[in-house]
Design a protein around this ligand. Structure first.
Ligand SMILES: C[S@@+](CC[C@H](N)C(=O)[O-])C[C@H]1O[C@@H](n2cnc3c(N)ncnc32)[C@H](O)[C@@H]1O
Length: 166
């Protein structure tokens, strides 16, 4: 998940869906000390747990759907690294569209990094939305999980790509 977090250079890093903060914590350990890091979590209880675990991180309570607003509030234009732990297959289509569109406009690396707890199962779904989808199996997780590194959002992906939420 943190493959593109670079400890040698300051970056703007965004995490979506902090949960109780395991990935959040790893990002803080790996990132350059001058990096800007914004995390977003929807659930107030999990948000409180993540804040307790990572008190120095800017963790916004709210929906990733409002990411544009959260970035604007902080004067952030571009993002170097976007890491999503969101339950993409379960989100409404409009929510995914808003998140992917924000990522496409803002994320300079061109990589949408997405966690999965069910390896390969949703690969075709991501491949319908993105032209290039790379998958890393993570055997160290129990049960084995994985990461999708997605690039190049397809034109008209919401109509043609049968995004989740239909
Ligand atoms: C699979 S959990 C991942 C939690 C943690 N990052 C981890 O790896 O254990 C997904 C998280 O996304 C959060 N979430 C779901 N919808 C969201 C949304 N629209 N905006 C922000 N967070 C959301 C959930 O509350 C949950 O904490």
């Amino acid at each position: 998940m943190c493959r593109d977090v670079d400890s040698s250079t300051p970056q703007v890093i965004v995490e979506l869906g902090a949960g109780a903060g395991p990935v959040t914590s790893m990002i803080t350990h790996l990132m350059h000390p001058e990096s800007t890091f914004l995390s977003v979590e929807l659930d107030p209880e999990l948000h409180a747990m993540a804040l307790k675990r990572c008190p120095d991180v800017d963790i916004q309570l709210g929906s990733a759907v409002d990411l544009d607003q959260f970035l604007n509030d902080r004067g952030i234009r571009n993002v170097d690294c976007m890491i999503s732990c969101l339950p993409v297959p379960s989100l409404p289509k409009a929510a995914n569209k808003s998140i992917f569109d924000c990522w496409e406009r803002r994320c300079k690396s061109g990589v949408f990094t997405q966690i999965t707890q069910i390896p390969w199962y949703f690969r075709r779904m991501y491949a319908r939305a993105f032209e290039d989808v790379e998958f890393d199996l993570v055997m160290m997780n129990f049960p084995p999980a994985g990461v999708y590194h997605c690039r190049n959002l397809r034109q008209g992906y919401t109509e043609q790509a049968r995004l989740p939420g239909h």
